[in-house]
Design a protein around this ligand. Structure first.
Ligand code: B4P
Length: 184
């Protein structure tokens, strides 16, 4: 049973790696970014509330995400493992997740931080060209990452659950490192 939390700055390759690994391990890839983008595309009530935050590179308010993550991790397919990609994004989400996993009687193996220098991140995101990948929004996302998400790395380090991987390598090389962590 594998349960992993993927951390890392925007463009670090969380989504790319989580998708590959989840397919390989036949477990769900749960991406809060994907859930929000799909809600925005379908103009659901969640999407309408989240859109302006995502477009500006801000974090969507916690109250829009917490119940959603609770329901998703309680689904039958999540009982055989999962990769959580993009959640938690701040310490309050990390604290929530810690309590939620206790409640659901689940644990996790590691929080994995994909480490990539800023200049590489900006190049990748501009190359991808998603709606929220313009230069101004990317800079804001990086700033939000430093202020809100980096403390989450310390949160997991203090709990001895953190693994750091160099994400500034080819997709295959990063996947290999992740596969080794899963096997360890
Ligand atoms: P996310 O969807 O989580 O996206 P991301 O951080 O931008 O990207 P990721 O790291 O997954 O990069 P990817 O693999 O795609 O968040 C988007 C927004 O949603 C946030 O700004 C926020 O507003 C909101 N949100 C999400 N979760 C939230 C939460 N919990 N709370 C509040 N708000 C939340 O890779 C990027 C590019 O790099 C791709 O083009 C890829 O092909 C390329 N790439 C990947 N790996 C590579 C490699 N090894 N070498 C070269 N290129 C590579």
């Amino acid at each position: 049973m594998t349960r992993l939390i993927f951390l890392g700055p925007p463009g670090a390759g969380k989504g790319t790696q989580a998708k590959l690994l989840a397919e390989q391990l036949e477990i769900p890839h749960i991406s809060t970014g994907d859930i929000l983008r799909s809600a925005i595309a379908q103009t659901t009530p969640l999407g309408q509330k989240a859109q302006s935050y995502v477009e500006k590179g801000e974090l969507v308010p916690d109250e829009l995400l917490l119940d959603l993550v609770r329901e998703r991790l309680d689904q039958p397919d999540a009982q055989k493992g999962w990769i959580l990609d993009g959640f938690p994004r701040n310490v309050s989400q990390a604290t929530f997740l810690e309590k939620l996993l206790q409640e659901l009687n689940q644990s996790f193996d590691y929080a994995v931080n994909l480490d990539v220098p800023d200049e590489v991140l900006i190049g990748r995101l501009l190359g991808r060209g998603r709606q929220d990948d313009n230069e101004q929004t990317i800079r804001r996302r990086l700033e939000v990452y430093r202020n809100e998400t980096e403390p989450v790395i310390a949160f997991y380090r203090e709990r001895s659950s953190l693994k750091v991987i160099n994400g500034d390598r080819s997709v295959d090389e990063v996947t290999q490192s992740l596969t080794q962590i899963v096997a360890s």
